[in-house]
Write a protein that binds this ligand. Sequence first.
Ligand code: HEC
Length: 161
Amino acid sequence: MKALILVPLALGLAACSITPTKDRKADQQAASAAAPAAGPIPTYQMRPPVDAQANRLAPAADGKTLFEQRCGTCHLPWGMGTNLLTKQQVALGRPPAMGLLSNRTDLTADYVKTVVRQGKNAMPPLTKVDVTDAELDRIAAYLAKAQPAPDASASESGAAQ
Ligand code: HEC
């Protein structure tokens, strides 16, 4: 009796899975063509799990891992932050790949920390429970690739935003 119900069900599922798999493959190929990094893109669904046992006041994980855990939902490929920032970057005449924060070369650590604590437009502020100061230090250092301005040491006031 059970088998009679299960066989058509299995056939139905097999038929359904053919087209979506193809589409997804095409999507992934298009996405990896756009991304400058080598290897498969870690989509936000695949970000590493948060280690509940980790000491969050003295994290052992590096900035990249912490960024993927704490910010990845929005800032890895297909995240809503990536989508909005891609739109902004393209409007500024920059390549779409700059929608990923990890590709940006114009961010300073202070700017990243300020946006995280205060929020910015569609990005909500994150509390010290969401991301601790120690975690944020590492994340900001990972994202900050901006070259210091030539006169950065001369005028401190210019850096404050
Ligand atoms: C709930 C989703 C969400 C999370 C979580 C999130 N962000 Fe964002 N973030 C956004 C969105 C959306 C924007 C674009 C804001 C806008 O301009 O409308 C943004 C913008 C930013 C910007 C500004 C970029 C620019 O061009 O000015 C920085 C920096 C940033 N996020 C860093 C982070 C970091 C670091 C984390 C993790 C600690 C994080 N965000 C977590 C959604 C998120």
